[in-house]
Every structure is written in structure tokens, then in C-alpha cells.
Design a protein around this ligand. Structure first.
Ligand code: 13P
Ligand code: SF4
Length: 301
């Protein structure tokens, strides 16, 4: 089957199954092109909670599909590759979180959405990269446990008036973007602005003109008058930025900043998922109920 045939078959199956395809900004171009909705973690969570179709085919990593399943419990949620996990989400498990809470009694816990459903069920409120500061400010206490991303925690701590106690996790993709990479690109493209994701190292954030979630990068790309931008996040987003802004140039701060797990989703796997109705993402109801509380508290903010 060639690409056109695969795409046509996906469209037919989408109708037959009454499915919607949601995709994260880091998905490969072919997958973005067949998606009904593309967004960052927050946009995708909100969209999942509002869909009318029976089936949500989620092109992203496992925790995102789990979040969709928690917010849309009466829908069938599918992920095209069951092995598309997030190494950062695996850096904090529910047992570790329970112990952390026991060692810090009375403190509220904010969990980045890049966590498993079990971890979300143990926390007080979730956050994404686009609302982390607002979530921190919504908490009454002066000290907060924040996990698993130490870089996001450090960025929030710069702006918050509270003490943030971080977990020691990180995203290997963003952590691999180094000061040297950004400086090299700045030298090569002296007219360009530098936008980085808050999952980047603090010393990389120091070099940035703007610190933005992927959703805010997409929005800002439309609004900026700058014609050249160096992008410090997973390089897959550049496909969307270029497609939507053909008059502007976007350069990856680091060309190899690629998330292996995001890239596991291919057009052929999307077809297979709709054909076989695989792989179902289900969260046990008692965990889903607790996790939903933490996610909905975030969405309200
Ligand atoms: P956002 O798209 O929410 O900015 O998150 C980035 C990310 O690393 C998701 O895995
Ligand atoms: Fe996880 Fe980083 Fe990949 Fe996002 S880019 S899914 S945080 S490993």
C-alpha cells in the first residue's frame, strides 16, 4: 500500500468506527496530516474531555492516552503503539510518591501530566508546561512538592513566590539540548529569536528569549513579527510550525532532539489501530476517579 492508499483507508475506517484522531505536536508529519486535532498536552486533555465520537485514536505517548481515557471514560481510547511510553513519566512511580508525601507531611503535591494514572491518583493537582505557574499560584501553602520534572520545577521556582521541592526527574530529549547547541545556532542565525520549552536545563533557559509550551510556540509563531526562530524543544514540532508559517524559518536548537517514543507512531500503525481496534488504553475505575479529580482541578484553572 502506498501513502495515499493508507490515508484513504484510514479515512474510511475513521467514518466506520466513528473515530477522532488526536495528535501531539511532536508527531511525525504524516501523522499530523491525518489528525483531526493537533495540540500540546493541555489542549489535548481539554479536547479529549469534549469529543463526541465513540473512539479516540491518540497519537502521542501512553500517559496522554491515559489522560484522555480518564477524561472520557465512556469512549474507546486507542494508541497505535502500546510501547510508546514516556521515560520521564517512569521516573516517579506511585510507591515513591507515597513515600515522598509521608516524608513531607501536610504539603500539597503538583504532578506534571507526564505521569502515570497511578501517580496522578496520588497527587492533589496536575499541571502542564503551559499552566504550571498558574497551578502553583493556586495552591495555598508556601511549600509544594513538584514532580517529576526538575527542570520544569526550577523554571516555575524562578517565578513563583513559594518554595518548590522538586523530584529528580527529567526529559532526556530536552536535557540533551545544551548551551553549546543554542550558542552555535545563534551564531549561525544571528537574526533569530530563541524559544525553548520549560523542560530544558536552567542554563539553556537562561539563553532564551521566550520560554513556551509547545502549544504556546504554535500560537506565538503566528503572532510574532520575527522571521527566524530557533526552537529548543523536540524537533518534530518544526513540521507544524513551517507548515502553518511558510513565510518564516524555524531551526531546531539541536537537530537530534527527537523523542523515540513519539516517533513510534506511524501512518501504518494508525491504520492497524483502526482496523484491529488496538491498543485499548484503560484505567481501572478507582484510579481513574482519583486521577480525574487532579486533572479536572487543573482544567478549572
Ligand atoms: P507540551 O506539549 O504540553 O508543551 O509538552 C511537551 C512534552 O514533552 C510532552 O511530552
Ligand atoms: Fe516524555 Fe520527553 Fe518524549 Fe515528552 S519528549 S514524551 S517528556 S521523553
Amino acid at each position: 500500500m502506498n501513502k495515499q492508499e493508507i490515508t484513504a483507508r484510514i479515512q474510511t475506517l475513521k467514518q466506520e468506527r466513528n473515530a477522532i484522531i488526536l495528535a501531539h505536536n511532536y508527531q511525525i508529519g504524516d501523522v499530523q496530516d491525518i489528525a483531526d486535532f493537533i495540540g500540546d498536552s493541555l489542549d489535548l486533555s481539554i479536547k479529549a474531555s469534549q469529543v463526541e465520537e465513540d473512539v479516540i485514536l491518540f497519537c502521542g505517548v501512553h500517559f496522554m492516552a491515559e489522560t484522555a481515557s480518564i477524561l472520557a471514560p465512556d469512549k474507546t481510547v486507542l494508541i497505535p503503539d502500546a510501547g510508546a511510553g514516556c521515560p520521564m513519566a517512569d521516573m516517579l512511580d506511585a510507591g515513591e510518591l507515597r513515600k515522598w508525601k509521608r516524608n513531607n507531611p501536610g504539603l500539597e503535591v503538583i504532578c506534571y501530566v507526564n505521569t502515570t494514572a497511578e501517580v496522578k491518583a496520588e497527587c492533589d493537582i496536575c499541571c502542564t508546561s503551559s499552566n504550571a505557574l498558574r497551578v502553583v499560584e493556586s495552591i495555598e501553602g508556601d511549600e509544594i512538592l513538584f514532580g517529576p520534572d526538575k527542570n520544569l520545577a526550577a523554571w516555575v521556582a524562578r517565578h513563583a513566590k513559594k518554595k518548590i521541592i522538586p523530584w529528580d526527574g527529567y526529559c532526556y530529549v530536552h536535557n540533551n539540548i545544551l548551551v553549546k547547541d543554542v550558542k552555535d545556532k545563534r551564531e549561525r542565525y544571528p537574526e533569530a529569536e530563541v524559544w525553548v520549552h520549560p523542560e530544558c536545563r536552567p542554563e539553556v533557559i537562561d539563553l532564551a528569549d521566550q520560554v513556551l509550551s509547545t502549544g504556546k510556540m504554535v500560537k506565538q509563531a503566528h503572532e510574532t513579527e520575527k522571521k527566524e526562530i530557533i526552537i529548543g524543544t523536540e524537533a518534530g514540532i518544526i513540521y507544524r510550525l513551517k507548515k502553518e508559517n511558510p513565510d518564516k524559518e524555524f531551526y531546531a536548537a539541536m537537530d537530534l532532539a527527537l523523542c523515540v517514543n513519539m516517533k513510534k507512531i506511524t501512518l501504518l500503525k494508525v491504520l492497524h489501530a483502526l482496523e484491529k481496534m488496538e491498543y485499548k488504553v484503560e484505567v481501572p475505575p478507582e484510579i481513574a476517579q482519583k486521577a480525574r479529580g487532579a486533572i479536572e482541578r487543573m482544567i478549572k484553572i
